[in-house]
Design a protein around this ligand. Structure first.
Ligand SMILES: NC(=O)c1ccc[n+]([C@@H]2O[C@H](COP(=O)([O-])OP(=O)(O)OC[C@H]3O[C@@H](n4cnc5c(N)ncnc54)[C@H](OP(=O)(O)O)[C@@H]3O)[C@@H](O)[C@H]2O)c1
Length: 305
């Protein structure tokens, strides 16, 4: 994680974080450490207690999709980040957390009378349906590759249409998140899996948690002339799943498992598409550079730590 420097502009400013899981929790902690006045919302009392213990000033326990919290968060924060993810519950869970959650935030913001300054929404590359080696940038069609992806796309559109809610918005379409404490392939290898689901020849598009937090911070602190933009957030070195697994197996001194070719359960039974998620727009527009430009650098840090 970066030191205070890149987050200096947050000092003394209000930041509201909705959904304090892996990414939102890291953002809330880093911003609080940098001197921001952070308000966070989670459904989970244990998460709330942990955030408060780590210096996040005010944590509300509520379901984002309801209006129960509307009267408890003052309108018009300079900065707002919606990092909510459904955490299961099938398509209904997705609609509840992503779509109804977004609707609830926008209704709160519009009713408050004072628009949010900068609104960042962490979306997903699952809004893209592209496969078969396609190179995908922000101008590519985003029609949703899965039912879940289509719900997330709907949540993006809600924000894009809500002119009165905020002065500017940014949508970050995140690739597969990994980092400390979140490394599914590594866990599978460590548990001695002899065969992995899916197709080893398909490319993995990854984004390290710290690079995602840095991208969010770049958006929050973007120059005034920049706004209402969509950015992909992925590292610069997409690799096939087989390459990643071979490298990890080598590092762990384990045999290299094969791939079954069958769809894995992780995407609702749908195969991981094969494409390259391009990150140049974020680099060009906001000067973001991944600290972990490929899986090797990210996993080396995880394994070394
Ligand atoms: N995981 C990936 O690889 C991936 C890939 C692309 C994009 N993304 C996107 O990246 C963002 C961050 O993902 P993440 O991995 O940090 O997610 P995460 O760890 O699952 O955290 C999501 C948080 O949202 C909270 N939440 C869910 N529904 C809620 C509700 N109705 N009301 C209040 N809180 C609610 C959860 O809290 P509870 O404790 O209450 O459940 C959880 O703390 C998400 O927008 C996700 O869609 C993720």
């Amino acid at each position: 994680m970066h030191g205070g420097g890149p987050m200096e502009f947050l000092k003394g400013k209000r930041l509201v974080v909705f959904g304090c899981g892996y990414v939102g929790g890291a953002l809330a902690r880093a911003a609080a450490a940098a001197g921001a006045t952070v308000e966070a919302l989670t459904r989970n009392p244990a998460t709330a207690a942990a955030l408060e213990a780590d210096g996040v000033g005010r944590v509300l326990v509520a379901d984002l999709a309801t209006d129960a919290w509307h009267g408890r968060v003052a309108p018009g924060p300079e900065f707002l980040v919606n990092c909510v993810s459904s955490g299961g519950g099938g398509i209904e869970g997705y609609r509840h957390s992503y779509l109804e959650g977004q609707r609830s935030i926008l209704a709160w913001a519009e009713r408050g009378g004072v628009p949010v300054g900068t609104f960042v929404y962490t979306s997903s590359t699952s809004v893209y349906a592209q496969d078969h080696g396609a190179r995908v940038d922000e101008a590519s069609p985003a029609e949703g590759g899965t039912p879940n992806g289509r719900v997330i796309r709907e949540s993006e559109l809600l924000l894009q249409a809500a002119a009165a809610a905020c002065r500017r918005w940014f949508i970050l379409r995140l690739a597969g998140i990994y980092g400390p404490g979140r490394h599914h392939l590594l866990d599978q290898l460590r548990s001695g899996a002899g065969e992995l689901g899916g197709d080893g020849a398909h490319r993995l598009n990854l984004a390290h948690r710290d690079d995602i937090v840095a991208a969010i911070v770049r958006c929050l602190g973007a120059p005034g002339a920049v706004g209402n933009e969509v950015f992909n957030v992925a590292d610069s070195g997409p690799a096939t799943r087989e390459e990643v697994v071979r490298w990890l197996a080598g590092r762990l001194g384990r045999p290299v498992p094969g791939f079954s070719g069958a769809a894995t359960a992780r995407r609702g039974g749908l195969p991981v598409p094969d494409r390259v998620i391009r990150n140049e727009k974020l680099q060009r527009t906001l000067g973001w550079r991944p600290a972990y430009p490929d899986f090797r650098s990210g996993f080396a840090a995880i394994l070394g730590g």
